[in-house]
Design a protein around this ligand. Sequence first.
Ligand code: XIL
Length: 344
Amino acid sequence: DSLKNAFKNKFYIGTAMSLPQIDGTDVQSDDIIRKQFSSIVAENCMKSMFIQPQEGKFFFGDADKFVAFGEKNKMFIIGHTLIWHSQLPKWFFVDKDGKDVSPEILKQRMKSHISTLVGRYKGRVKGWDVVNEAIMEDGTYRKSKFYEILGEEFIPLAFQYAQEADPNAELYYNDYNEWFPEKVKTVTKIVNNLKSRGIRIDGVGMQTHVGLDNPKLDEYEKAITDYAAAGVKVNVTEMEISALPSPWGTSANVSDKVEYEAKMNPYTKGLPENVQKEWENRYLDFFRLFIKHQDKIRRVTLWGVTDNQSWKNDFPVKGRTDYPLLFDRNDQAKPIVQKIIDLT
Ligand code: XIL
């Protein structure tokens, strides 16, 4: 059996695709994707720094292949991401002298970026992460260039441009640490504001980059119900469960570099059985929650297929050996895959 069969009548189950998967050189994980997943999102190749590295110079090659892969395999294709402060080329917000552009120019550039991308894949990419990571954990707006130049209006504008370019595509606001109460409040305010102005927003993306302890399941569940109560679908957009300690969570007085590295990268030769168990239970807790709230959830997407391709090996600390995903370093399904299927 497969994940996509198991969840067929509940929600889409997806994965991010990296370049070797998109260009077909990673044959084994392409097989896994075809067999197990009903939705895909590009991990990097649709981000502004890759798709429009210079003004007006678009590089669509990888994104075209990504969309073709999804169509060929009848998948629900997601575009990631249109407006984000990170992996953003500098030309976007400066003029020839390197000074910040005017609000009018920035609006034009946003509109041209969004309508070119969304327009190119109109009717084929079914949902877009329109704005990514614009709100801080305390509920204030991130002081990004978009915010500094346009204020809060950059968000409604981005959604409006996307809606104009493909009126049928689902449009999402996407963020991490998405369970922090003040962030939930501001994001639901944004949802309400867009809706009251007749601007399309279909979902909130809960990235779900989580660890063994953080967040508590009830905080996370409250975010699901709060977002749904605002009248949008919840999309779990970038899920993985890191098995490693988070540097933010260590109180350790690790002044010594060697000691710190050992503490931060403890499982280079495999996960000990007890940690493995804890990690599995954590996945099962989350999937039980998703099933419980299946009426609110449109999609659950994992941020990659196999452990060796996960960005978590290099984030938030570089060069670690993490075990966050459902398939191991030899392209084999971990026992958790069957255990998740058995929940359905
Ligand atoms: C990450 C990718 O996984 C990495 O390969 C890249 O180097 C940096 O970005 N939030 C997002 C994703 O919305 O786009 C990020 O992806 C992870 C955090």
